[in-house]
Design a protein around this ligand. Sequence first.
Ligand SMILES: [Zn+2]
Length: 387
Amino acid sequence: MIDFDKVVADTRTLISIESTNPGVLEAQCADWVEQRLRGMGLEPHRHPVEDGRDNVSVIIPGKDRTAPRLVFVSHLDTVPIGVGWTRDPLGGVIEDGLLYGRGACDMKSGLALTLGLLEALTTNGTVPPADVVAFYTVDEEAPRMLGAHQLVTDGLLRPDDQILAPEPSGMRLRIAQMGLRWVTLAVTGRQSHAGRAHLGVNAAHIMSHIIVELESVFAGLPFDDEILGKPRFTCGTIHGGVATNVVPAHCEAELDLRIVPPLVPEDAVRIVEQVAARVVTGYPGSSFEVSTLGAARPPVRASDDSKIVRSLRDSYLRLTGALPEIGGADGHEAYTDSAMIAALTGSTSSTVLGPGATDEAHTADEFVPLADIELGCRLLWDMIERW
Ligand SMILES: [Zn+2]
């Protein structure tokens, strides 16, 4: 059995170690995890990603070393603490069955669950049916997701790995992930006196036109995935102009493009380029430029009969009497290391299920229900017993 009290204690310790990104980053957290694993008698490895930033990995060999491995991917970093907290963000306070702190659900409790599982195995001297692997990654909460990329570059994953990221999903099973592309759109016009606006080319007006057009083009895309729903478009930032009485020559916007199959990130970029090209032809003397931001994140989907999906469903059903919910409002919009690995390797056995809800992640007073951690303990142990 996994020791629930120990998992809660580890979660609180992990919360007390700030690992904000951007911010102090996750090196101290990686050190603590490494030491914790060594304390179990395990031999963790470090895999450099950037200066002072290492992924950590550990393997407990199974009876059948060639069987599909059970692989956990947990990230060490959190988003910045931000404002609006009414509790100590690094305090790990427990009130009414909820544990509060930055990373409480995203995802120090999930990370602690994997430590609990590894400790349960080593304490009992249990040899699992197949290798159990845990990866602890850096930089998940950043546009480039360097840790997940490095795991793949380092060749640490096998094609038949059965991957679970215990990220906050409200204990729902996430088998599909919406794709995402961020782009920067820059429009250039010509500056002039606002009283003589006809002599200029207004970059702000052109940008507004493009954004309105993109909104309607995205809304009209004929794709509606059974789990992920429809594509979504958001203009997240927009900057332009120098003064109220000057026709602006420059305007720049950052666009968030959420995509579902069969769209891929390149399609989203192409749509922006086509719409921008069409609009600027109506404004002689203007031009535009599209550049991408962060890593391409295509939509991914695990197979219903992959071993990890079957195993999670069976264990959840056995423990709760119901199948885990799939899809719905909670979660598949938040790209994770699990999705990035699937995108980079083509894995169809990459999933997310973990304590706490995506709606609480990244917020002030982030929390995780202790009941979710408790179910997580039982679920992982049931899975490993029947793997
Ligand atoms: Zn996360």
